[in-house]
Design a protein around this ligand. Structure first.
Ligand SMILES: O=C(CO)[C@H](O)[C@H](O)COP(=O)(O)O
Length: 246
């Protein structure tokens, strides 16, 4: 698919997700995730802010970011920025995903905002995923996303975590995520942790794997988002959007 078509698909998913799920009278605290698709969520909210019919209500929204990129997105679109400390209960959150299976379990963290994304999404009463259709798994997680399960770890524990993932949980490969260009060395998250990408092949039981990984000393959070998403909007190349819900 051409880059333009892919962007159109992301935009279609994000616009429709906002249009169908924001309740301008009831919602006030909005989570804004990370990645290239959620850019269009912030853009859409910015458009509503400029529309005189919605302006007063959207100006009252406070937006909770999942990292530096989304903080900037919120500000660039003229929206009010706040924190999850000030608003531990979020009305609705939007975010992207790296892969979505048929049960709406997710792999996230491909963009390195893992822990903060999980904090925001699990603090939200409703969590909406926006994605292009390449993120839809035909069956198991690990089919479309081949870069492994992202795991946020305490820096000093990364060797121990990699060893445990391989020896205790049978990961076939673990990779400390490195920066590409700009800086030599590992990716450092917004919460000053490292990311390990762990390969397990197809994930037939992501919930069990998530629980096992979480128990390893040094693991902050896993990129397996279990029973978290309320709905998924998949944008397609032809501009249509498929909605998945339970
Ligand atoms: O989990 C994420 C960042 O850690 C992103 O939401 C995920 O990588 C999807 O990004 P994109 O919308 O660019 O495909």
């Amino acid at each position: 698919m051409s880059t333009n078509k892919l962007e159109d698909a992301k935009k279609a998913a994000a616009y429709r997700a906002v249009d169908e799920n924001i309740n301008f009278d009831e919602h006030r605290v909005i989570g804004i995730g990370s990645g290239s698709t959620v850019v269009y969520v912030a853009e859409r909210l910015g458009q509503y802010l400029k529309d005189e019919k919605y302006h007063d209500r959207v100006a009252q929204f406070v937006c909770i970011p999942t990292g530096f990129q989304s903080k900037k997105l919120i500000l660039d679109n003229g929206l009010q920025l706040s924190t999850v400390e000030q608003h531990p209960i979020i009305d609705i959150a939007f975010d992207g995903a790296d892969e979505v299976d048929k049960n709406m379990q997710l792999i996230k963290g491909g963009g390195g905002c893992l822990f903060q994304e999980k904090l925001v999404s699990t603090s939200a009463k409703t969590f909406i995923i926006v994605a292009d259709h390449t993120k839809k798994s035909p069956e198991y997680l690990g089919t479309m996303w081949k870069k492994g399960v992202p795991i946020e770890v305490v820096p000093s524990a990364y060797v121990r975590v990699c060893n445990d993932l391989e020896n205790k949980l049978s990961a076939t490969k673990t990779i400390l995520r490195e920066c590409i260009g700009g800086k030599a060395g590992p990716v450092v998250t917004d919460n000053n942790h490292f990311i390990v990408d762990a390969h397990f092949g197809d994930l037939s039981n992501p919930e069990e794997l998530h629980t096992k990984i979480k128990l390893l000393v040094g693991v902050v959070e896993t990129g397996l988002f279990i029973d978290n998403a309320s709905k998924v909007y998949f944008g397609k190349a032809d501009g249509t959007v498929e909605v998945m819900k339970k």
